[in-house]
Design a protein around this ligand. Structure first.
Ligand SMILES: NC(=O)c1ccc[n+]([C@@H]2O[C@H](COP(=O)([O-])OP(=O)(O)OC[C@H]3O[C@@H](n4cnc5c(N)ncnc54)[C@H](OP(=O)(O)O)[C@@H]3O)[C@@H](O)[C@H]2O)c1
Length: 282
């Protein structure tokens, strides 16, 4: 039995679909299980802010897909779940981390994942780290491209390129690792096959959806001000600014082999993502 956390979000829902396709035994730990109604998925109450939900959720569980939301509490969340998992006799934890989590000194969001990785490694439970780069889904989820109308997208990415990864590939890798053998003690870097700048990515999305998306690069200070105007806390403003700087400086443009290593096929291209999104398959 596998416990999936984050199963209502971008990567967790892809993981759920991939586990269903494999006919795997799993339950989704969710704070709002109603969101999964009608999907034929077993659910159990699980709330990162209510550690008392961990024990019951972990009953009968051998493997955990551990996905923390973006939070400055992610290390405490992870430590508390690891402690409960030890008590429950969990055998393997698969953590959704981030590319560069092992980089020294790295960036603040990477360091949060690194300390969470450490909590898992120190537990003595077998582990696998999944370290994806930036999700293709970010253009709709965070950057402001509107699938329903033409939009102007302001980023601090400059003309820097990134090897965007399709969240479905991350979910399929997670499902393969959770149901397969030989992944213990390994960290997989998960990227797409090609480096694209934000204007190129938006052109591909726009062509597939029949929209005109315009990319406007803005200076970092303008990006920070926009986030602060939305009352985002300083730690996340700093974290997201650092992430954008990696793209701007060309440090997120090198493809890695993790998707192929696990799935035995190349990662999906941005064109495939855009085409499937436009066809309503995602
Ligand atoms: N975006 C990127 O490009 C990128 C790249 C690499 C790594 N990452 C990492 O990916 C992770 C985020 O993954 P994602 O984008 O798939 O997340 P997401 O779509 O934002 O979904 C977050 C999930 O966490 C759940 N959640 C939030 N608060 C919770 C709580 N208190 N208790 C229980 N569940 C809770 C949400 O449930 P509800 O539906 O109830 O809200 C949802 O299922 C982060 O760790 C981030 O650092 C992101």
């Amino acid at each position: 039995m596998i416990l999936v956390t984050g199963g209502t979000g971008t990567i967790g829902s892809s993981t759920v679909k991939a586990l269903q396709a494999k006919g795997a035994r799993f339950k989704v730990g969710a704070r709002s299980p109603d969101k999964l109604k009608g999907q034929g998925v077993e659910t159990v109450l699980f709330d990162w802010d209510k550690p008392e939900t961990f024990g019951p959720a972990l009953q009968g569980v051998e493997k955990v897909f551990l996905l923390t939301p973006v939070s400055d509490k992610q290390t405490q969340y992870t430590q508390a779940l690891v402690d409960a998992a030890k008590k429950a006799g969990v055998k393997h934890i698969v953590k959704l981390s981030v590319m560069g989590a092992d980089a020294e000194p790295g960036i603040s969001l990477g360091r949060l994942h690194r300390s969470s990785e450490k909590a898992i490694k120190d537990s003595g439970i077998a582990w696998t780290m999944l370290r994806p780069t930036y999700f293709m889904e970010n253009f709709f989820n965070f950057y402001g491209a509107d699938p329903k109308k033409d939009s102007t997208v302001y980023t601090t990415h400059g003309n820097g390129k990134a090897v965007w990864v399709d969240g479905r590939d991350v979910g399929e890798v997670a499902a393969a690792v959770l149901t397969g053998k030989g992944h213990e003690g390994k960290a997989y870097e998960l990227t797409g096959p090609e480096a694209l700048d934000s204007a190129e990515a938006l052109t591909i999305l726009g062509e597939a959806l029949g929209r005109k998306y315009t990319h406007v690069p803005v200076p970092e200070e303008a990006g920070r001000k926009a986030m602060k105007d939305q009352h985002m806390p300083d730690w996340i403003v700093d974290g997201l600014s650092e992430l954008a700087a990696l793209i701007r400086n060309g440090w997120a443009a090198t493809p890695a082999t993790g998707v192929k290593d696990v799935l035995g096929r190349p990662p999906r291209t941005f064109k495939e993502y855009a085409k499937d999104y436009a066809a309503g398959k995602i």
